[in-house]
Design a binder for this molecule. Structure first.
Ligand code: SAM
Length: 258
């Protein structure tokens, strides 16, 4: 899944972002999982600089900010998400150390070796996992961490329907050992990997979309593309329910040691 020509799965990115604007998160995950990943990271102080790349409206960023010291810069290329991100930070009185900025994860303006932690939930696929872990490494200080979620195969073999679906949306989906090997090759020490539980998809990602869908369809009555986008999201949920033994998301936490 990439966003060349401002489309994802053939849908205009602005339309997708509008659909997700009213949801707390825009990808699978949960506060519990964010905190579990954070528990592996031991280098943070009040002076730490953290980046959350592809932050969306900041569901995970706010959880992070409430449990970790330091300042967080959220980067997302959709301005509507960043506006919502910054108003969420204000509501939680986090605005002094949590800021959202419009930008692209493939054109970051951080100084090299300036960050203590790079966070990215459900977003690195936009530039591809291998490219992301390689390119982002230079922004980390020695001793800094990367914590990202990524889609993974749980099995070596799978049925054609689900294989073909993933090949049409994100060919870089791979098994956990292969992803860990890519992390190691990029110059990190893999610290922890765990699979996101099913409720990260069902309760925290698919279920909240029912409300978003209602608002969205009301606004776009009779709009074929809007209807197709909703149908495509339903299809994704159906496939997950049918094939969840074969794929999911995993959190990868790794450290740059030199
Ligand atoms: N991290 C959030 C979460 O877990 O709820 C959002 C995940 S959502 C699946 C992917 C996010 O990546 C979207 O907010 C999208 O706007 C953002 N995105 C896509 N391409 C991007 C890019 N090149 N640079 C920055 N953000 C990007």
């Amino acid at each position: 899944m990439n966003n060349d020509n401002n489309t994802i799965l053939g849908f205009d990115v602005n339309l997708i972002c509008e659909y997700f604007l009213s949801t707390e998160r825009q990808g699978p995950g949960s506060p519990e999982v964010t905190l579990k990943a954070l528990s592996f990271i031991d280098n943070l102080t009040d002076k730490s600089l953290i980046a959350d790349l592809g932050c969306g409206t900041g569901g995970q960023t706010m959880v992070l900010a409430q449990h970790a010291p330091g300042s967080i810069t959220g980067i997302d290329f959709f301005p509507g998400f960043i506006d919502r991100f910054n108003s969420n930070a204000e509501k939680l009185h986090l605005q002094d150390r949590v800021k959202g900025i419009v930008g692209s994860m493939d054109d970051l303006s951080f100084k090299e070796e300036s960050l203590d932690l790079i966070w990215s939930e459900g977003a690195i696929y936009n530039i591809g996992f291998e490219r992301g872990v390689n390119e982002w490494r230079k922004y980390l200080k020695t001793g800094g961490y990367i914590a990202v979620t990524e889609s993974v195969w749980f099995t070596e073999e799978r049925l054609a329907e689900i294989h073909d679906f993933w090949m049409s949306v994100y060919t870089e989906i791979d098994t956990i050992p292969n992803k860990v090997a890519q992390i190691q090759k990029a110059g990190y020490v893999p610290v922890a990997t765990f699979i996101l539980p099913e409720n990260c998809w069902t309760k925290h990602y698919f279920a909240p979309q029912a409300k978003a869908e209602e608002i969205f369809l009301k606004k776009h009555v009779g709009n074929k593309t809007a209807e197709e986008l909703v149908a495509s999201n339903h299809h994704e949920a159906e496939l997950y329910s049918k094939y969840k033994e074969y794929y999911g998301y995993a959190f990868f936490i790794a450290k740059k040691i030199k």
